[in-house]
Design a protein around this ligand. Sequence first.
Ligand SMILES: C[S@@+](CC[C@H](N)C(=O)[O-])C[C@H]1O[C@@H](n2cnc3c(N)ncnc32)[C@H](O)[C@@H]1O
Length: 313
Amino acid sequence: MTTPDSAKKVPHVSVLYHQIIAALRPKSPGLYVDATIGAGGHAQGILETSAPHGKLLGLDVDPRALELSHQRLSLFKDRIHLVHSSYTELQKTLQTLGWDRVDGIVIDLGVSSMQIDTPERGFSFQQDGPLDMRFDPTQSISASDIVNGFSEVELADLIWRYGEERESRRIARVIVQNRPFHSTGELASAISASLRHRPGTINPATRTFQALRIAVNRELEGLETFLPQAVEVLAGGGRLAVISFHSLEDRIVKQFFRRESRDCVCPPGQPVCTCGHKASIIDLTRRPITADPEEIANNVRARSAKLRIVEKK
Ligand SMILES: C[S@@+](CC[C@H](N)C(=O)[O-])C[C@H]1O[C@@H](n2cnc3c(N)ncnc32)[C@H](O)[C@@H]1O
């Protein structure tokens, strides 16, 4: 099934669009959050489905994404609030709006097509640009600080942990021997020159670029901060839908959902429960939802997307 924007010229085609709308079941007058509004595709669907009185808070740390979604969603007028803020600040932002509980939350992690396709943002190893990779351009640390400032051991550790790259030590050595680096192209070429690129496999720089992006934006820490807040602010019966794009994110989501959907989290084999933990959510997706072949054929980004959904008890 195609998404409503796949036929039009939009800067970013939303992944698993129909599945997100089915998961959140938006209603009027519900309150909804899009924690990563991007180009506003999922948000538009939520606003249309929750007409005439449903409201949506849209968050993003990228001012360009907020501009684009503002243009796209302006017809919804006072039903939409767009805020330049991180999803790690979700509870605070909701308090400012006076929204006590919400009926649905979507978070679509990772980088948008308009960020990847803008070389000046430095996310792509296929187009030359500065070593930046910040989602939030007001943040001080960029990829250049890490590439040119971290020790060889720190770089190897980061590329191993966040890139799951087996050649992390070799890549770290090449970086330290050849720096300073000023551009994504220079870095990608140095990595490619040091590793054999077997035909049919991913570009040798792929995992290192993923690792740098995760580190620059503190993505995994951010997700761990966001998830408990999201569950906390959901009203009973409200739903949280998380789309992730790599195994490190999906593992965090899966483990958090598994723990919070159990009444007892004592170590296995303990005869009597001593933890007192009570399930706060029902896990609706023991296996993640993935895109069908038609969506993947229309949008290559959908290939690695995994959707998990929970409902607040
Ligand atoms: C994959 S895009 C979202 C696309 C959106 N769902 C759509 O339908 O157009 C992810 C967005 O998350 C944003 N983002 C990254 N880290 C964030 C954070 N900590 N808080 C809020 N937004 C963030 C990025 O700037 C990017 O615009």
